[in-house]
Write a protein that binds this ligand. Structure first.
Ligand code: 13P
Length: 266
């Protein structure tokens, strides 16, 4: 048994509907019924748009009750850095906890670019989420231009330093880091297992300089065009502890197969 439990997180982005969720869980359950032990020991999470959080939670409860072995949990795609107040349109980490949400994605490249979230804003969101008892999923990653000009590590280091300048490094006991190269997101261009592993190793070394014990247990996920047919190759890498999955996570059989392929890490 590896000391780091595999973790697969589905980021549905702005996709889904009440009907789609019914169909998704019917198909997910059917996949599970034919392979009842396939997901045992693997942690998996679904992060739908805010309005569907209660729908997903209800379905996860039903699934977990029916199977007893499955450990699916709920995550949000975003949160705010304050607990309450006049912040029209925002959702506090405490509110997410209140409705049964355990995880939250912070610093996704789509938030960084489309919604102008900078490292300072992301750091404050991370800390607020952690303080509220959520498990943050901190996304870091370089653009194609940054990779091509040899700036990959410089960019990722800056993203990490901004967060851990204000958040305790011990937050990585529950928080996970997701390396998502921007050029691999939604493009079908997955980083090779070796490219991803090299960055994961650098992130683990960065953590080790701050806390050697934590470096051994902190979970590092890869994201960017992860599919059922490339997941196993990624999960075979020593420092890739799971995945943050976009497009493939809204297709029940595909998501099931990705989670199942993390079994090799157990
Ligand atoms: P894709 O898997 O669709 O490339 O998206 C990755 C991602 O952004 C997950 O957060």
């Amino acid at each position: 048994m590896k000391e780091r439990r595999a973790c697969i997180i589905g980021n549905w982005k702005m996709h889904g509907s009440a009907q789609m969720i019914r169909t998704f869980f019917a198909e997910f359950f059917a996949a599970l019924a034919s392979h009842p032990a396939a997901l045992s020991g693997i942690e998996w999470v679904i992060c739908p748009p805010f309005v569907y959080l209660p729908h997903i939670l209800e379905n996860l409860h039903q699934l977990n009750n029916l199977t007893h072995t499955v450990s699916g949990s709920l995550g949000a795609q975003n949160t705010y850095s304050e607990a309450t107040g006049a912040f029209t349109g925002e959702v506090a980490p405490e509110m997410l906890r209140d409705i049964g949400c355990q995880w939250v994605i912070v610093g996704h490249s789509e938030r960084r670019t489309l919604f102008y979230e900078d490292n300072t804003r992301i750091a404050r969101k991370f800390l607020a989420a952690y303080d509220a008892g959520l498990f943050p999923v901190l996304c870091v990653g370089e653009t194609r231009a940054e990779r091509e000009t040899g700036k990959t590590w410089e960019v990722i280091q800056r993203q990490l330093e901004a967060v851990f300048a204000i958040a305790p490094i011990e937050s990585l006991t529950t928080a996970v880091i997701a390396y998502e190269p921007v050029w691999a997101i939604g493009t079908g261009l997955t980083a090779t297992p070796e490219q991803a592993e090299a960055v994961h190793l650098a992130i683990r070394d960065w953590i080790a300089k701050r806390d050697p014990c934590l470096a051994a247990t902190a979970r590092l996920l890869y994201g960017g065009s992860v599919k059922a047919d490339n997941a196993a190759g990624l999960f075979a890498m020593p420092n890739i502890d799971g995945a943050l999955v976009g497009g493939a996570s809204i297709i029940a059989q595909e998501f099931f197969d990705i989670v199942k392929s993390a079994k090799a890490r157990i």
